[in-house]
Structures are given as structure tokens and as C-alpha cells.
Design a binder for this molecule. Structure first.
Ligand code: PEP
Ligand code: MG
Length: 316
């Protein structure tokens, strides 16, 4: 075996020793280290990599893999399976994020000049509450099988949250009148994917339990840099001060208003920024399963009190 291969194996073995350990910094701060998944079949790798929960379950696969709207029962079965397999670890399910790069023919969406800024995600749900209600009924019915949280994508304004909460109340009343049980402890949150949501996160936090920063879209919308364009190069600088300052604002606004904050966009797995996120006071990181153990290593090696001022000064 070459020296390089030996070194890689040694590093892998060291990472394996982190399984079963909590992700706690040297000065005692626990970070919830979770996994992103796009399908029920991904649970195997989530458990193998010892995720502390699921921070983003992209529910789109239910719609993308079907030729017609998935029924309430089909959705219920998928959510129940994920919750049961994660045995009381928190599972954050994101409501459908169709549109823009994820088109589904049977939705029959009018063609748009600029779909990333058009009718996508929560905008479809608020324009077509029948589709949204079916998903919410399936989620609430499944909620008794584990520890569920629900979050909403592409939020820009407080009125959207108020409307969502109204629809949820209707769904709960419907289920109650039908004698169907649901959990009374479902945490509700939203994605922070637009500059508008980040800047007004103090207002949004008053209605919600948590935020999850979607840095893929937040970067696209803040830097006006199409995430689908492979030639965008240096114009899409994921470490841009604007992005990092917005994330810091979100953490501060959330904490002042009693909400917690995670990052589920790809930046959450960027080891170069782990110290910064810890210094900001981030509560949760949700990443691709294979990134869990390397990030846990970084967390357990970091003493936030020692690095905080230097790191915040360097990036913000
Ligand atoms: C994001 O925008 O960062 C995100 C996690 O959502 P998606 O990549 O599914 O748009
Ligand atoms: Mg997104």
C-alpha cells in the first residue's frame, strides 16, 4: 500500500471512532449534526454515518417520480417510513419545492421567462392550496410515528407564513373532525433562501420555531448568480461577505426571538467555514451523509471561545 493510501485509511479509521459521539465543541456547545436526503432509500447512509437527525428531507421526489399528483396515502406512507426508521430522531420534512430547475409536467405550470423568480415552491402551494393541503394532511397524519418538523421553501414575506399557519389550522380542524390523531409537538420552520427572508428574519421568527438557511438559493438570489450556470465562475463566490453577513443576521435575529437556526445548503458542509458557523452560534448543520463525520471531527476539535473574535473579524 502506498503511503498516501495508508494515510487515507488511517484518517478513515479515526473518523469511524467518532460514531456514537455527540457533536460537542471543546467548550461544551452541542451542534445538531444532521443529514440531507432526497428519498426514503437514503436512510441507510444516514444511519451508517451516524447523523443526529434529518435536517432536510426534500419531498420533491414524491412528485418528480410520479406521472400524476401523489395521493395523500402514498405521501403518508413515505413520511411514516422515514419517521419510523429514524426512531425519534428529528426529521425535518420540507414541503414541495417544485418549479425553477424542478419541472413536473402534470402541474401544467405556465411557461415563464424567469422561472427561478416565478411561481415555484411555496408560491405554488399558496396559489393552489388543494395540493398543499394534501401534503399537509399526509404530514400531520404521519407525525405520530416519530419526531417530525415541517419547513417551507422560498419564503420572502411574513404574510406567506401567516397564510401557511391559517391553512395548517384548517387541516388540523379537518383531521380532528375525522377523529384522526396527529402530534401536538410538530416544530414549524422556514427555509431562508432569499435576501428578503434573511433581512426580515426577526419578523418571521416571531411565528416560527426554527430557520434553515438554504445557501444554494440564498447565494443565487443575493449575488444574482444563476446556480444552474456552470460558466458563472467567480461571480458566484460562496464565501462572499454578503452571504456570510446575511447568515449572521439570521442567527442573531432568530436567537433574539426564541428560534433556532440550521444550515442545510451546501455551504453547511464547507469545512473551511465550520469555525465561522460555530462562532456565529449556529445550532444545527445538515449536510450530505458522507460529510457528517469530517464535520463532527472539526466540531469536537474547536474551542469556540478561543477562536470567536478572530474568525468573526476575518469573515464579517
Ligand atoms: C438551498 O437552496 O440551499 C437548498 C437546500 O434547497 P435546494 O438545493 O433544494 O434548492
Ligand atoms: Mg433551495
Amino acid at each position: 500500500m502506498t503511503a498516501k493510501k495508508q494515510e487515507i485509511e488511517k484518517q478513515n479509521e479515526l473518523l469511524q471512532q467518532l460514531k456514537g459521539q455527540k457533536s460537542v465543541t471543546r467548550d461544551g456547545r452541542h451542534i445538531e449534526l444532521c443529514a440531507n436526503i432526497g428519498n426514503v432509500h437514503d436512510i441507510g447512509t444516514v444511519l451508517k454515518n451516524d447523523a443526529e437527525g434529518i435536517g432536510l428531507f426534500r419531498s420533491e421526489f414524491l412528485y418528480l417520480e410520479n406521472k400524476d399528483y401523489p395521493s395523500e396515502d402514498a405521501q403518508f406512507a413515505a413520511y411514516k417510513e422515514v419517521l419510523s426508521k429514524m426512531v425519534n430522531k428529528r426529521v425535518i420534512i420540507r414541503t414541495l419545492d417544485i418549479g425553477a430547475d424542478k419541472q413536473v409536467d402534470y402541474f401544467r405550470m405556465p411557461k415563464e421567462e424567469n422561472p427561478a423568480m416565478g411561481i415555484r415552491a411555496i408560491r405554488i402551494c399558496l396559489q393552489r392550496p388543494d395540493i398543499f393541503k394534501t401534503q399537509l394532511r399526509a404530514l400531520y397524519r404521519a407525525s405520530v410515528y416519530g419526531k417530525m418538523a415541517i419547513m417551507f421553501p422560498m419564503i420572502t414575506s411574513e404574510w406567506e407564513i401567516l397564510k401557511i399557519l391559517e391553512i395548517i389550522e384548517d387541516v388540523k380542524k379537518e383531521l380532528e373532525s375525522e377523529g384522526i390523531a396527529y402530534s401536538k409537538n410538530i416544530e414549524l420552520g422556514c427555509m431562508i433562501e432569499t435576501p428578503a427572508a434573511a433581512v426580515t428574519s426577526d419578523i418571521l421568527a416571531k411565528h416560527l420555531d426554527f430557520f434553515s438557511v438554504g445557501t444554494n438559493d440564498l447565494t443565487q438570489y443575493t449575488l444574482a448568480a444563476d446556480r444552474q450556470n456552470p460558466d458563472i465562475g467567480p461571480f458566484c463566490d460562496t464565501h462572499h461577505t454578503a452571504i456570510l453577513r446575511l447568515i449572521n443576521t439570521v442567527v442573531q435575529n432568530a436567537h433574539k426571538n426564541g428560534a433556532w437556526v440550521g444550515i442545510c445548503g451546501e455551504l453547511g458542509a464547507d469545512l473551511e467555514l465550520t469555525e465561522l458557523f460555530l462562532a456565529m452560534g449556529i445550532d444545527e448543520l445538515s449536510v450530505t451523509p458522507s460529510a457528517i463525520l469530517p464535520i463532527r471531527k472539526k466540531i469536537v476539535e474547536t474551542d469556540v471561545s478561543q477562536i470567536k473574535d478572530k474568525v468573526l473579524g476575518k469573515y464579517l
